[in-house]
Design a protein around this ligand. Structure first.
Ligand SMILES: *[C@@H]1O[C@H](CO)[C@@H](O)[C@H](O)[C@H]1NC(C)=O
Ligand SMILES: *[C@@H]1O[C@H](CO)[C@@H](O)[C@H](O)[C@H]1NC(C)=O
Ligand SMILES: *[C@@H]1O[C@H](CO)[C@@H](O)[C@H](O)[C@H]1NC(C)=O
Ligand SMILES: *[C@@H]1O[C@H](CO)[C@@H](O)[C@H](O)[C@H]1NC(C)=O
Length: 473
């Protein structure tokens, strides 16, 4: 190889190096910093020193609250900050570079984990790229996590419930004298929070505390707890679960207003009961299967089902009363006085009671029956013309004992027939009257029950629908 060619090659190489090196300060800096760097040891000058790690969480979104499995899914941005004495440089020596980005797995990092994690695959749902290092050794590690954390969800006041879910962060292995977690504020960062349509974020606070575990009683761990306090927006549940329930109950109560003769009163009650049960099943599906407390809405459904059942039972009672008159016993006077005198007036019911009928034969003195009086014929003009024709020739005949006797007998027979007829009619009247009385009694009771059940339903609905006071927990 000639010397000229060697010179040319050298020139090309030198030109290449100088043209591609550009600002090689960062290469130099990284090589210098990482050359002897080992990401495994804790970066403290003396091992008895604690390393302060400033830890903060920014809540970005509440993705899901799973009442059944008691899991809350959140999107959180973690910000961890510490001083690494090995990552210090003089910017003047490196072209005034004051900060660089290093791959996050090449520097030491605290092993801070979510203790109430409820998802084994959570390590896969984290996004972290680089750490930011300043020339003073200040390392900032920003990462984004989808946390699935366990949260004991209290459904007592569902759908007017407020949940207090915690995110408990601590180092898994470093004790408090090795890694000291420091919080930077009392409240978490919600500046990037995306509002949820189902939950309203009331509060996002943080608390630092020392916790001792049974494994190592003398070595406490530093915990930073974040409390996410959220309140459910109840409109969906009011509109889709409570309103149908209220309407169904009101329809069920209208059964009291239905005429007893329609024969549909009971089937209406049963139908409404069935539809309530279907709704109750929908509610039960979205609840955790807990036996500790009955949620408010479950309680409401339970009470409503009890109301509708007892209303249906009461309908049986009033139907029975409605048809009681066919047995012929009159309404007991006391009941009559209370129902017709007090309740009917109180409920503004216009009673449709006929005057009690004359008690027919019982009022006619017995002596009168034996009186021989033709007036009775005209008074009770119920004799057939054929019969009248039969009488007239007899009356007009000359005096004859036999004929008179016969005539008297005949007249007595006629009178008996008439009296029997009259008695039957009076009895019929009386029965009709009794029947009518019982029917009116049933009507009054129906209205009274309608009013009572309406009051009970409305007051229970209002007392349960007015959101409870959460100020004392
Ligand atoms: C760590 O923080 C504590 C206060 O929380 C402070 O007293 C201590 O000096 C800090 N240590 C270092 C090395 O900065
Ligand atoms: C670095 O900054 C100093 C003072 O700010 C300046 O004098 C110097 O020229 C800068 N060096 C480079 C390489 O920019
Ligand atoms: C490190 O940098 C962050 C953000 O720039 C700052 O808030 C923090 O106080 C710094 N930490 C130290 C120990 O200087
Ligand atoms: C949430 O629960 C924690 C611990 O149980 C408690 O310290 C905090 O005050 C609660 N927050 C609210 C708003 O109730």
């Amino acid at each position: 190889m000639s010397s000229a060619a060697t010179l040319l090659t050298a020139t090309i190489i030198v030109t290449y190096i100088t043209s591609t090196s550009g600002d090689e300060n960062e290469y130099r800096l990284v090589r210098d910093l990482m050359g002897s760097y080992d990401p495994r040891p804790r970066p403290v000058v003396h091992h008895s020193q604690a390393l302060n790690v400033t830890f903060s969480v920014a809540l970005a979104q509440i993705i899901d609250v799973d009442e059944r499995n008691q899991i809350i899914t959140t999107n959180c941005w973690l910000n961890q900050n510490w001083l690494d004495y090995k990552l210090v440089w003089d910017p003047r020596k490196f072209g005034n570079i004051t900060n660089i980005r290093l791959p996050y797995d090449e520097v030491w990092k605290p092993d801070i984990l979510l203790y109430n994690n409820a998802d084994v695959s959570s390590s896969l749902s984290a996004v972290s790229t680089n750490v930011i290092v300043t020339n003073g050794g200040n390392v900032t590690w920003l990462s984004m996590w989808i946390f699935k954390s366990s949260c004991s969800i209290d459904v007592k006041y569902f759908p007017f419930d407020v949940q207090n879910c915690s995110l408990d962060f601590a180092s898994w292995t470093y004790e408090s004298f090795e890694v000291n977690l420091v919080k930077n504020a009392d409240t978490g960062d919600t500046s990037n929070y995306v509002d949820s349509s189902e939950w309203e974020l009331l509060n996002f606070q943080q608390k630092r505390q020392l916790v001792e575990f049974s494994c190592c009683p003398d070595n406490p761990y530093v915990f930073i707890n974040y409390f996410i306090v959220i309140k459910r927006r109840p409109l969906f549940y009011i509109f889709n679960m409570m309103m149908p329930c209220v309407l169904i109950t009101l329809v069920a109560l209208l059964g009291f207003y239905m005429p007893s003769d329609s024969g549909e009163k009971i089937s209406m009650g049963i139908t409404t009961l069935l539809s309530m049960t279907v709704f109750l099943m929908i509610v039960a599906e979205s609840m955790p299967p807990t036996s500790d407390v009955v949620p408010l809405i479950g309680m409401y459904y339970g009470i409503t089902i009890a109301i509708v059942s007892s209303a249906t039972g009461m309908t049986v009672l009033t139907l029975n009363i409605h048809h009681k008159g066919t047995r012929g016993h009159g309404v007991p006077p006391l009941l009559k006085r209370i129902c017709f005198g007090v309740f009917a007036k109180f409920l503004f019911i216009k009673l449709d009671l006929p005057e009690p009928p004359e008690h027919g034969l019982h009022r006619i003195p017995q002596t009168e029956t034996h009186r021989f009086d033709t007036d009775i014929l005209t008074r009770n003009g119920g004799i057939s013309p054929r019969f009248a024709r039969k009488i007239r020739p007899l009356g007009g005949s000359p005096c004859s004992d036999n004929a008179e006797q016969q005539f008297t007998k005949l007249l007595q027979k006629v009178q008996q027939t008439i009296e029997r007829n009259e008695f039957r009619l009076a009895e019929q009247d009386r029965r009709d009257h009794v029947k009518k009385e019982w029917q009116q009694l049933a009507l009054v009771l129906d209205r009274l029950l309608l009013l009572c059940f309406l009051i009970v339903t409305v007051s229970i609905t209002l007392s349960l629908m007015v959101p409870p006071d959460h100020s004392n927990g």
